[in-house]
Design a protein around this ligand. Structure first.
Ligand code: PLP
Length: 394
């Protein structure tokens, strides 16, 4: 028998990826399943981005590149940070990786030691705690429920910080809740962090562009520029340009940390795919109107989904500020159903008995909720919510 490492035994497979795989399996077996589990836009990658990749292949741009990304893409990332976020970085402060997930992974590996603590507000993106565990450190979860808009308070943050805290993660707008912190809320969290110089701040801006609050996007560094020397900004092209399969993420931050992350990448995966880098550069430098088209569709679907969900007895859904997720509290539904004790069982029954795939809130550290992605057609959303309503009424 193979003896596995304690490291790998400390984590679980990504629940969102496994729900998506499960839905695909059932569908392949002939079952009628509507998938609202996947965390990716349903749009095709815009044409000009695909063309750039095709050109890269034709031009023979198919070899290793610099580990940290091509000079062209890094310049595009630098220009993007300046244009969209008012942030200035030198090339040695930028690392391009194979997806936002690898950016975070490299960061955790470069920063955390056993015994260190990483503060993660819940509901959280499923991979943060497990990547912290893979680094041997301890995830410290701050719960923020529906009643507080799924956002932590400065007092909660203050109470969670200890001398062992090395990392604080903030993701706004958030996967899974769609909640975005206002500039004032960010500034208040920033004030707490300024009192604790041992803490590095990671802001995951992956959903930056998928936002409809009316206010401009703001991250913690915009609200609290004094944190510049100990903040890393994580972003990528996956969600904004519908490029999840291309696997390009990027980070901007302190040169020492970025250099350490690059070293890890140089000994693990080397550069991200050269062709994908060409495509990502075209995405960042090209016409940005494709982003607005997708956001408009997401907002329309959001309005429909939230209204429909709130009309189902037992469901309470807060409107999202952005992203393509709704994260209703479904405790009322669970209470009313025989043989369904929690959100895990509800999600299981929904997929097997009702033909709708959603991700249980427990996966995001928020039992009693469920995540549904509205990155799918209105038709499918309408049908899926109908199935959910009928199942809930049983
Ligand atoms: N951060 C958040 C909050 C996400 O939801 C995701 C994807 O689901 C990522 C990062 C990573 O994106 P990718 O690795 O596909 O670029």
């Amino acid at each position: 028998d193979v003896q596995l490492s304690t490291r790998v035994q400390s984590i679980k497979p990504s629940p969102t990826l496994s729900i998506t795989a499960r839905a695909a399996e059932l569908r392949a077996a002939g079952k009628d399943i509507i998938g609202l589990g996947a965390g990716e836009p349903d749009f095709d990658t815009p044409e000009h981005i695909k063309e750039a990749a095709i050109k890269a292949i034709r031009d023979g741009f198919t070899k290793y590149t610099a580990v940290d990304g091509t000079a062209g893409l890094k310049q595009a990332v630098i220009a993007k940070f300046e244009r969209d976020n008012g942030l200035n970085y030198a090339p040695n402060q930028i690392l391009v990786s194979s997806g936002g997930k690898q950016s975070f992974y490299n960061m955790a590996q470069a920063l955390l030691n056993p015994g260190d603590q990483a503060i993660i507000p819940a509901p959280y993106w499923v991979s943060y705690p497990d990547m912290v565990l893979l680094a041997g450190a301890e995830p410290v979860i701050i719960p923020a429920g529906l009643e507080q808009g799924f956002k932590i308070t400065p007092a909660q943050l203050e109470a969670a910080i200890t001398p062992a805290t090395r990392l604080f993660v903030i993701n706004s707008p958030s996967n899974p809740t769609g909640a975005a912190y206002s500039r004032g809320e960010m500034a208040a969290l920033g004030e707490v962090l300024l009192r604790h110089p041992q803490v590095l701040v990671a802001t995951d801006d992956m959903y930056e562009h998928i936002l409809w609050t009316g206010a401009p996007f703001v991250n913690i560094l915009n609200a609290c520029p004094e944190l510049y020397d100990r903040t890393i900004v994580l972003n990528g092209v996956s969600k904004a340009y519908s490029m999840t399969g291309w696997r390009i993420g990027y980070a901007g931050g302190p040169a020492k940390l970025i250099g350490a992350m690059k070293k890890i990448q140089s000994q693990s995966t080397s550069n991200p795919a050269s062709i994908s880098q060409a495509a990502a550069q075209a995405a960042l430098e090209g016409d940005q109107s494709c982003v607005g088209v997708m956001v408009k569709a997401f907002k329309e679907r959001h309005d429909f989904v939230v209204e429909t969900l709130n009309a189902i007895p037992g469901v309470r859904c807060r409107p999202s500020d952005g992203t393509f997720y709704a994260f209703p509290n479904v405790e009322g539904v669970i209470e009313g159903l025989d043989g369904v004790e929690d959100d895990l069982e509800l999600a299981e029954r929904l997929i097997t008995d009702a033909g709708v795939a959603m991700v249980p809130g427990t996966a995001f550290g928020a039992p009693g909720c469920i995540r549904l992605s509205f990155a799918t057609s209105m038709e499918k959303l309408d049908a899926a919510l109908g199935r959910f309503r009928d199942f809930a009424a049983r």
